[in-house]
Write a protein that binds this ligand. Sequence first.
Ligand code: 13P
Ligand code: SF4
Length: 304
Amino acid sequence: MPDTATLHDEIRTLARERDAIILAHNYQRGEVQDVADFTGDSLGLSRQASETSAQTIVFAGVHFMAETAKILSPDKTVLLPELSAGCPMADMMTADELATWREAHPGIPVVTYVNSSADVKALSDVCVTSANAVAVVRSLGADRILFGPDRNLGSWVARALPEVEVLLWEGFCPTHERVTPEQIAEARKRHPDAEVMAHPECRPDVVDLADFVLSTSQMLRRAADSPADEFIVVTEEGLLHALAKAAPGKRFVNLEPRMICRNMKVTTLEKVRDVLRDGTNEIVVPEDVRERALTAVQRMVAID
Ligand code: 13P
Ligand code: SF4
C-alpha cells in the first residue's frame, strides 16, 4: 500500500490534470484534510463550491454536501469519493414528510438545515448551516417557522430568538445527540481551566453547559483568538486535526468516548485518488429539483 506522501503526490497530480478542486469537511480524516485545497464547515465549503473556477469538485464529505455543491454549481462535475457516505440526520426527514408537514401549516416559512437531501431543500424557503442559522432566521422577520431536520439546532435558534415560535422536526445527529451533561461536567473536572466549545447539534442540556456554541470553523477561529490554552471540544473528533493546525501549541480534548461520525470517516486517500483518476461517483441532481432548491441554498450562502 502506498504511503501518505506518495498518495498526496498522486492526488495533487491527478487534480491538476483534471482541473479539479478538492474540498474537505473539518470532520474528515487528517490525511484527507491535508491534501485538500480547502477545508471548512458546511457554509465555507458551499461558498467555495459556488465560487470555484475549477471544472471538477471532489467533495471529501458526505452526500448532502456534494449535492449542495451541485445545486450551486450545475456546470461543474461533482465527485463524491465514497457514495455510501450519507448523513443519518438528513435521512430523518424525507420530502414526502416535509410536504405533509408544510401542508398542515400553510403560510409558515420552512427553514431547513443544510444537512438534508436536495428533494427536501426543493420544498424549503431557506436553508441554514450551523454557522448562520440564527442570522438567517432573524433575517426572515417571521414570527413562526417550521425548522428541520435537526431539533437541537432548531432549539438553539429558538432560544436565541425568543420572539420567533420555532416548530421543530424531531431529527438529530447521532454523533452529537449521544453527549450528556455528565460527560461535560466530568471533562470540566479533569480540565478546570479549559474553555468548552460545543456544536449546536448537541442537546439543549449540553449546550447550556458550554462557554461557546459554534460551527466547526467558528471553533477554529475561537481557538486561535481566545486567551485560553486548553479547550474541551464537543463535536466530531476530526476537528482536533484542524484545531492543532489553527492554534499550534494549544491543547484540545475531545470527550470520552470520542465523538466519531462513521460516515465522515469512510472517505480515504485511496478513494479520493480513485475518483480523480477514473471520474467516477458523479453526483447528479435532477434539473427540476435543483432549480427549486437553488433559491433556498443561495439565500443560505448569502448570509453570515
Ligand atoms: P459544520 O461544520 O457546518 O458546523 O457542520 C457540522 C456537521 O455535522 C456537518 O455534518
Ligand atoms: Fe450527519 Fe452528524 Fe455525521 Fe454531520 S456528524 S454528517 S450531522 S451524522
